[in-house]
Design a protein around this ligand. Structure first.
Ligand code: PLP
Length: 381
């Protein structure tokens, strides 16, 4: 028999898989499932991106690319980060096959066996898995009692960040809550990071999808430039999930170390996909605005639909997720929802927020109405 390494056996299989397996099984049986579980926009990739990708294949961009990314794309990314107040140079950027790989490289580069990593709960499922793979230990600050906002939880954050903290992970706009953290809150993170000489990972993958508040980049705050790693990507803003394209940006020393992991693992992001990425950054502002407006309407619709059923959904100012308060046993609630109402949502427990289920409102208004109606008919609300 094979003997597996501790680093992999200490990671749990994703709790979301149970629900998505049930959903696929039902769909295979011909059942019409309202799938509100997936974290991807329901828009096609913009035509300009598709065209640029095809042209790049025709032009022969099919070999290895430079490990850190093709120069044109790194330039375009540096410009885009600059517009957000992040003064990274082209050389301080690593283009990765999906933001997820960038996160993985970041945890591998910064977290040693036994190092403490501070997470704000609810947190996206993969952070804890990546911390555990790196051998780190988690310190979790629960924002659930504070309506998922960071500002009211700063005392707890102050207790969690100590001289033993290697890394603090901040994700605003947030998956799964949609929360956008205030400037005051982010300045407090900055002060704590500086006081305790901690590095901060700022996952800004939803930064272009905001409604009533703008997302602030942590790395743009005074004193944060040399202690922040910024993660972003193309999956969400440009509806490019399957293209696998993202990037990390950080100080020179960080990029030197993290790029070793990139070059010894995936080598580079797909060459022609990177050329398509240039078109996304340079030609697709209108697309982003249109998609955002559609999400804004759906966000209001979701709040109204649940309110009509007597459920108060604490909606965030960004991303396209809502945390719906459900039963104490959210895993069981989600299984019932899929089996009886044929509505797929993700148990909040997977994100460290038991009692909630995450719904993605990146679905048509018709499907959103249908989904809530089915949940109500099955007495789940
Ligand atoms: N960060 C967050 C918070 C996410 O929700 C996701 C995707 O679900 C990612 C990063 C990574 O996305 P990708 O690997 O598609 O760039």
């Amino acid at each position: 028999t094979m003997e597996f390494a501790d680093r992999v056996t200490r990671v749990e299989p994703s709790a979301t898989v149970a629900v998505s397996n049930l959903a696929s099984q039902l769909e295979a049986d011909g059942v019409d499932v309202v799938d509100l579980s997936v974290g991807e926009p329901d828009f096609d990739t913009p035509q300009a991106v598709v065209d640029a990708g095809k042209a790049a294949i025709d032009d022969g961009h099919t070999g290895y690319a430079p490990s850190k990314g093709v120069p044109e794309l790194r330039e375009a990314i540096a410009d885009s980060l600059g517009e957000r107040g992040l003064p990274y140079t082209d050389d301080q950027i690593i283009v990765t096959p999906g933001g997820k790989q960038g996160l993985f490289e970041t945890f591998q580069a910064l977290v040693d066996e036994g190092d403490e990593v501070v997470l704000l709960d609810p947190a996206w499922v993969s952070y804890q898995a990546m911390v555990k793979l790196a051998g780190g230990t988690l310190k979790r600050v629960d924002l659930t009692p504070h309506e998922f906002q960071l500002e009211p939880a700063l005392d707890e954050l102050g207790e969690a960040i100590t001289d033993d903290t290697a890394l603090v992970v901040v994700n605003s706009p947030n998956n799964p809550t949609g929360a956008v953290y205030s400037e005051t809150a982010l300045e407090a993170v900055r002060d704590l990071a500086v006081d305790h000489d901690a590095t901060v990972l700022s996952d800004e993958i939803y930064d272009r999808i905001t409604y009533d508040a703008d997302a602030i980049s942590l790395g743009s705050l005074d004193g944060m430039g040399d202690r922040t790693v910024t993660l972003n990507g193309f999956s969400k803003a440009y509806s490019m999930t399957g293209w696998r394209l993202g990037y990390i940006a950080g100080p020179d020393e960080f990029v030197d170390e993290a790029s070793k992991i990139q070059s010894h693992s995936v080598t580079c992001a797909t060459n022609f996909v990177q050329h398509a990425g240039v078109a996304a950054l340079e030609e697709c502002d209108d697309f982003v605005a249109e998609m955002r407006d559609a999400f804004a309407d759906r966000r209001e619709l979701v709040v109204d639909l649940f309110a009509e059923e007597g459920v108060d959904v604490p909606i965030g100012d960004g991303a396209f997720y809502a945390m719906v308060p459900v039963a104490d046993d959210d895993q069981e609630w989600c299984e019932t929802a899929i089996e009886q109402a044929h509505v797929a949502m993700v148990p909040g427990g997977a994100f460290g927020a038991g009692g909630y289920a995450r719904m993605s409102y990146a679905a048509s208004e018709e499907r959103l109405r249908e989904g809530v109606e089915r949940l109500a008919d099955a007495d789940l609300l």
